[in-house]
Design a protein around this ligand. Sequence first.
Ligand code: NOJ
Length: 546
Amino acid sequence: MEKRAYKERIIYQIYPLSFKDSNNDGYGDLKGIIQKLDYLKELGVGMIWLSPIYNSPMKDNGYDISDYYKINPLFGTMEDFDTLLEETKKRDIKIVMDLVVNHTSDQHPWFQEALKNKDSKYRDYYYFRKGNGKKPPNNWNSAFSGYCWEKVPNEDNMYYLHLFTKEQPDLNYHNEEVIKEVENILKFYLDKGVAGFRCDVISQIYKTSLENGKFSLFSRGREHYENQEGAFKILERFRREVLDKYDDVFLVGETSSLTPKIGQEFIDRRALDMFFEFDHAFCKSFKLVPIFKKPVYKAKLLFKPIFKWQKEVSWIGAYLENHDQLRSVSRFGDEKKFFKESAKALSLFLLSLKGTIFIYQGQEIGTLNYKNLTYEETDDCMAKNATETAMKMLHVSKRRAFKWVNDTVNRDHARAPFQWDDSINGGFNEGHQTWIKINDNYKNINVKNEVNDKNSILNFYKKMIHFRNHSDTLKYGSFEEIKSNSYVAKFLRRTNDETLLIVANLSNKQIKDKKLDETKEILVSNYDKHENKVLKPFEAIIYKIK
Ligand code: NOJ
């Protein structure tokens, strides 16, 4: 298999708003990230993916960009970004940018110009269309609830398309100039030395037609814009015209409505180097049924879908958390009885998978969902919209609707300020009110406590990352599932030289396994002592097969 930096290095995702606030204004910033680079180096991270840091009115926390060539003043300046690049380079860490080009912000000068002047060339940068009688141009709905067409002010029966919030108008990839604009953005940051891009909702950029979508409660229209041939062709062009001119750079796609066949096609055509699948991440989300009961996350909901992708595609971005998901220990672990064990089991499981491993900030210390968050304290636009939609559709109270949203999709669980220590605001800053509340468990769960505890989750992550960084078998070996039960994830990673067996009990039950431990040497495990042929709750082991 071809050796590439993106295949070997652990990628750590930073959500800049919440990582470290260096100037005590309540928002994380680039200088804060620079202050913590040694922490990341020590952890063993080889690349950092930065969620968007560009100019933005922050309606969707930076996923609404108003200037691709400027740094959001909340985060700092272009000079700070250049310093970050230098400082990461010194530490042999690479930077991956977030490329958000399905849409811009409605405050982007292109869109502003398009609104002001019907004859401007920027009209065709977006989708402006006449309504269908009194209705919008088609029946599609937005990923953030409601229709995805917004009326243009002061124009008769004119709408524009937005697959996300109305402040995020979609770009029109039938327009050659739009494609060139994106190529220029890519070049600008590649010239600065970034290693690649995480491409936001990239599977949706090309709208083949604007026909009505077939019936679906929440995702009407997708068949017209998900994974279209046009998107493949544009990405192939980016590769040919831009990426291939740089050394060892890559694209990871945020892709939805995917099958392994389509995912593999992205890779085979070099449209993307890898992609994220969402089967495990969304296992209990966006389903109205659970509104009357708390979702129960079982081990197999996590590892079965992951195994499907591991088996069927040649490479993948493997992850448990990101800025859009609930915290993994809160869903798939056991926060109360087996907090440490379950966080470590999830760490061993993730860091043994095939593909590029992504760790989301705070995951390495076992950060939990922020359960006591109220609707009023929630910042996430999607969580708020989903609450309102549920209230309308199901005629339930706001309290009940929000409870469901909080249990299943509130993205703020992952966005609360990072818990560095037990001082005010968890050491995120020096006491200024933070942009969203910090989780009130920060006095117990924080980096400072965990650095000093040799049995901490953080130290286990370090150990696992170190192990993977030195294991060609975990980096490049094949993946083979071993049939087990619905509690235990079992698989082999194999090269010509070595075979590793990974066994992770992802449940709070003790499991007996007669076949365990026969002529196998334990290389890593999350319990001090292992009892022959028994897996304790959340016990996870990497064996070397002799
Ligand atoms: C996916 C991003 O991860 C999410 O945070 C954002 O809201 C949408 N794309 C829209 O850009």
